[in-house]
Structures are given as C-alpha cells and as structure tokens.
Design a protein around this ligand. Structure first.
Ligand code: ZN
Length: 251
C-alpha cells in the first residue's frame, strides 16, 4: 500500500494542488491536521481534502477555527487568521472541522503506524529536537509514528545504539525533488512529512511524503507551486501581510 502523507496544509490551495499533481500513485491519504489557518482558501482546501479520503487527525488551527480552543494562546497573527477563518467557513465545513478526531490514531490499513498532529503524548506539543523526541520514541507501542505541527520535514529515530534527528538534504532550491528513506527493522521512527502550505525549514517549496508500506520506504518530496497566487489571495483577503511574505522565505 502507498500512503500519501499530508500535513499543515494551512488553507494554501495552490500548494495542495501542486502536491497532488506531483504525487506519484497512492492508495490512500493520511492528513495530519492544520487543514486551515494562515492561508486564504479554507473552504476550497477542506473540500479538496475531504474528497481525498477520510483519515485525519485534527491540528491546533483546526480547533482554533471552530472555537475548540482559546485564542489567547495564539500569537496575534495566528489569532487574526483564526478569526478570519471562522468567518469564512461554511456551516458544513465548520461542523466537519469541529468533528475531526484527536490523535494519535492508528493508520487505517496499517495499524503498525500511528498518526498525530503534535506529539503522541499531547497533540499540541511541538517535537523539534531529539530531546523532545526521545521519550515518545521509546514509549510508543508502534515503531512508526507520523507527525506534523512543526512544519519541518524530516524526523527522528532510535535504535539500540543511537538516537538522532534527520532532515532530507535536497540539491536545488526551486526544482521538484524527492529523497527516499529506507526504514530499518528494529529502529523506531517519528517522521514528519513537512508542511504542504507553510514550510518553516527555509525551503519555500510545498512538502509532503509518500509511505510505501511493503517496501518500508518513506519518500520525501519538495514541489514548487504558484507562490504568487497564494500570496495574492492572502493580501486581497486583508490577512496580515507577513502571512504572504513568510511563504516566500519558507519561515
Ligand atoms: Zn501547523
């Protein structure tokens, strides 16, 4: 089975469409949350995401957009975009977002892997360093967990001898590229497919991953997309301009 892993789309329709057009064949889609927030196409992105299948865990921005969490914990830019998103969402999409399940959840059809937005212990916690990753890596009942939330493509592993983080190292800054990771028996992994709609690893290209369950390979991808169109939508929606400029910087 080939599973397309999408995370942190953040209402960026142009980035989502580019990823779907570039993705090699897949059997199902696993979406790790933050479907909305920051970007200016929440309804379009929800519609497209729903059409891809039903495996989701919710993100903090999905909760914020439907009033499930207090906006006091959000920075002013995130809070402004959450309020804007609330006002834009159709009642049907509000309801759908509100009902998204809390991770971690087993990956449908491959229960040896788990899906979560933040950390397996807490959906809102960021796993940025090997220090953050170590306890969940060693405590998890399954050897493989896919997570998002940090908008950083890559992940963490632990085996009997060592534990470390890794990031795919691409050769270009603007081309479509892919890097494969062969998973090893006896090693535990936390893997982040990266953010489709708002990468923060200094690379502006949309990020996603594809997991081949039989070959036990994770293919990381970076795809250029119509950045200008996504930025123009943010500016014409009167969302904070920084939400448009940060897309170009990948920060
Ligand atoms: Zn996010």
């Amino acid at each position: 089975m080939r599973i397309l892993l999408l995370s942190d789309i953040h209402a960026n329709l142009e980035a989502l469409e580019a990823c779907l057009a570039a993705a090699p064949g897949f059997d199902q889609v696993a979406n790790l949350g933050d479907v909305v927030g920051y970007g200016a196409s929440p309804n379009e992105v929800i519609e497209r995401s729903r059409s891809l299948g039903n495996i989701f865990v919710r993100g903090n921005h999905d909760k914020a957009a439907t009033g499930l969490i207090d906006l006091e914990d959000f920075n002013p830019m995130a809070a402004a975009s959450a309020l804007w998103t609330r006002n834009q969402l159709t009642p049907e999409h509000q309801e759908w977002l509100h009902a998204l399940p809390q991770g971690p959840l087993p990956l449908e059809g491959f229960p040896e892997a788990n899906l979560v937005h933040g950390s397996p212990g807490d959906e809102d916690i960021y796993i940025v360093s090997i220090g953050d990753a170590l306890v969940p890596l060693l405590a998890l009942p399954t050897p493989l967990t896919f997570f998002g939330h940090t908008h950083l493509q890559g992940g963490f592993f632990a085996d009997d001898n060592s534990a470390d983080g890794f990031r795919p190292e691409y050769r270009t800054v603007g081309q479509a590229e892919s890097i494969s990771l062969q998973l090893k028996q006896g090693t535990r992994y936390l893997i982040n497919p990266g953010s489709v709609g708002q990468p923060r690893d200094g690379d502006w290209r949309a990020a996603f991953a594809l997991f081949d369950t039989e070959a036990q390979v994770v293919h990381f991808h970076r795809i250029p997309y119509n950045l200008k169109a996504a930025q123009d939508r943010i500016l014409s929606a009167n969302l904070p301009a920084r939400l448009a400029t940060r897309l170009a910087a990948g920060r």
